[in-house]
Design a protein around this ligand. Sequence first.
Ligand SMILES: *Cc1c(COP(=O)(O)O)cnc(C)c1O
Length: 247
Amino acid sequence: MPANAQLLPQAADAAVAAWRAVRARVAVAALAAGRDPSTVTLLAVSKTFDATAVWPVVQAGQAALGENYVQEGVDKIQALQALGAPVQWHCIGPIQSNKAKLVAQHFDWVQSVDRLKIAQRLSQLRPQAMAPLQVCVQVNLDASPTKAGVVPSEATALAEQVAALPGLRLRGLMCIPDPQPTPEARRAGFARAAALFAQWQQRGWPVDTLSMGMSDDLEDAIACGATMVRVGSAIFGRRAVPEPGLR
Ligand SMILES: *Cc1c(COP(=O)(O)O)cnc(C)c1O
């Protein structure tokens, strides 16, 4: 237990209560879409929150955590491993080449693969003793010049190259659509991602992960077939740190 954990019982209770509420939202959305709630995985996005804040949610049963910033993520992985917490760690932020080694050595998943060069480096640098890195190709659905991700027209070719790398295992597609004012517009974006994902499955690729939906739009994403939603602020609260490049 981190030394200062007992100073924060209310914050810890609040995070666990919020986590339970998000789990309920996920289940309700799945049922509303005629889906089994167990087909949607909740990834808790813990970026900017330290191990002390994250620990109660892990203890309550949250199994998978997402991190955007590599060094911050590695520090947290080591802190929680020291506490014996069995967490699956997902890197969901942009990866610079010089951070690829840290990612390959510490994370279980990378959802933000958007170019071949980084995929090759991750594959090369993945330690032999570890399972292959589980990978999603991040697709820039709206082809926004300022956003991460491969444009849809190049996504399938990249996914095919990623699938051939020995240190990686292609699991599916991740996207962060531009914010939209209406549920209809949100669902139209998610539906385009789902159609691309379905094409990959129709090719016979063993992909099972359609990672889309965040705190504000997880219901729409689940209605469109998301198998994983990535939720941060609805669990841990508002982040104090600005986020260049997310939206
Ligand atoms: C921060 C982040 C999230 C979570 O966003 P919230 O709106 O806080 O739920 C999900 N996915 C990615 C890639 C992120 O960077």
